[in-house]
Ligand binder design. Structure first.
Ligand code: SAH
Length: 252
């Protein structure tokens, strides 16, 4: 049976999935706990990625080389880079960039050495399946499952799911100047976070299919981070749970 690595960028997302994991076996490698077992009849390995590109790359490599996963689904939260994207929206990643990578003058800014391109694409099949899983979540589960108290608090009215590019780097972006610079220097980037592109690079090199979903938690600006932990616990981790559940439940 296929084995899916499910990596969470937030501990709260992992905690909800763990409550549903059957036949759990835990293994600790490199200060990370990997939880093997079954989720709704699927073979899975769950793990918290930890934060930043280096940490997430290391976790990904272990998932691939030690646990031999056949595919990886990576979830987390991200800052919006585009004014039309709001807190509570979901982005399914198409291409991922490392916005802080710059080996000029040897290579053009953002081009990754040896790989020789700026962007790494996610797997097309997984991307579409995640998009369907997310659309189903918004259409069928969202109203019932996400408490209106939090929707009001975080001003989430008509959340949407989009497919698009994501930029990753080792900085929490909370400054409009930096945010605008990232947006302007890369093609069509919708969101910024700290891990996705690193995970994508490892998956690309090992030829492991990857899908990435990110719930928008802030607008990468100063006033944005109203109540980050509260949002992650009550909204984003619920989103991830249902989208992953729908993903594993989908037939195609
Ligand atoms: N709460 C943690 C810090 C989380 S790091 C602590 O106490 O240390 C922030 C996480 O949110 C990372 O997984 C990152 O990918 C994501 N993220 C959300 N908004 C972001 C933004 N504006 N810029 C960069 N990363 C962001």
């Amino acid at each position: 049976m296929k084995k899916t690595g499910i990596m969470s960028a937030m501990v709260e997302e992992l905690d909800i999935l763990l409550k549903h994991l059957k036949n759990k076996k835990t293994q600790t490698i490199g200060q990370r706990e990997y939880y093997c077992g079954e989720l709704w009849g699927h073979n899975v390995v769950l793990v918290f990625s930890r934060w930043g590109k280096v940490a997430a790359s290391s976790t990904t490599t272990t998932l691939i080389t030690e646990f031999k996963v056949d595919e990886i689904i990576f979830s987390g939260v991200a800052g919006a880079l585009d004014g039309d994207i709001n807190i509570g929206d979901v982005i399914v990643a198409e291409n991922l960039f490392q916005h802080d990578f710059d080996a000029s003058p040897f290579l053009l800014r953002h081009v990754l050495p040896l790989i020789m391109k700026k962007e790494i694409a996610t797997n097309s099949r997984i991307k579409h399946k995640l998009f369907d899983a997310g659309s189903d979540f918004f259409n069928k589960q969202f109203k019932e499952e996400i408490s209106s108290e939090y929707l009001e608090e975080f001003d989430i009215d008509k959340p949407k799911i989009l497919m698009g590019n994501i930029a990753s780097g080792d900085q929490f972006i909370r400054d409009s100047k930096k945010r605008d610079e990232i947006r302007q220097s890369l093609d069509n980037v919708l969101a910024v976070e700290m891990e996705g592109a690193a995970v994508a690079q490892v998956c690309y090199e090992f030829e492991v299919p990857l899908g990435v979903i990110r719930t928008i938690s802030d607008d990468a600006n100063d006033e944005a981070i109203k109540d980050f932990p509260k949002f992650v616990y009550n909204v984003a981790s619920q989103y991830s749970f249902f989208i992953i559940k729908n993903y594993l439940g989908h037939k195609h």
